[in-house]
Design a binder for this molecule. Sequence first.
Ligand code: 5RP
Length: 221
Amino acid sequence: MSDDDKRRAAEAALREVQDGMLVGLGTGSTVAFLISALGERVSEGLRIEAVATSVASARAAAAVGIAVRDFAEVARVDLTIDGADEVDARLYAIKGAGGAMLREKVVAAASTRMVVIADGSKRVEGIGAAKLPVEVLPFARAFVTARLEALGAGVEQREGVTDNGNVILDARFGAIPEPVRLAAAIDAVPGALGHGLFLGEVDAAYVASGGTVERIERDEG
Ligand code: 5RP
């Protein structure tokens, strides 16, 4: 894991930001580099507005002079740039180590284009080794834990609550041979409000390793 590579990935993705865009800001340490570089471009005259996927990112963006709109008033975003915990060649990703995956998924779904930025430690052959966070209505905690265990996960509750006031269950599957099936199974559990499997949302990934940035674009065919 390298901060230089996180910065490089962020700066490469930043080139996609154009005047007039409404930009979705993800959450995490890689996105922190993006927010800081975007703030510099704004101070140089770039005219954009942003929505943020977490209170932390909204604060960080405002602190560097980026105009942040309330996403509750927004239905469409031009371009969202976000981090990931794992991403593979199919652009399947696991997100949510930072706990913001529910808002991140909503903002990604509202976005015309969504790109992931990551250092090379996040690039995997197949997703599934990372813990899969699931945001859960506190009322449904024990019930959703049991359902995730029945799906084969070891489950741990994370300390604290999300920006939405819910709890996070970290589900460890070890490997996820059928991500689409697993996502559908978790989506079907009442009280599970969102999870970190991003299977169709990511249009491209900028992954930096040893100073070189690779862009993986979703195969349009
Ligand atoms: C937060 C996320 C983050 O984007 C993801 O955890 C990557 O974070 P970092 O850039 O700090 O490694 O999904 O919910």
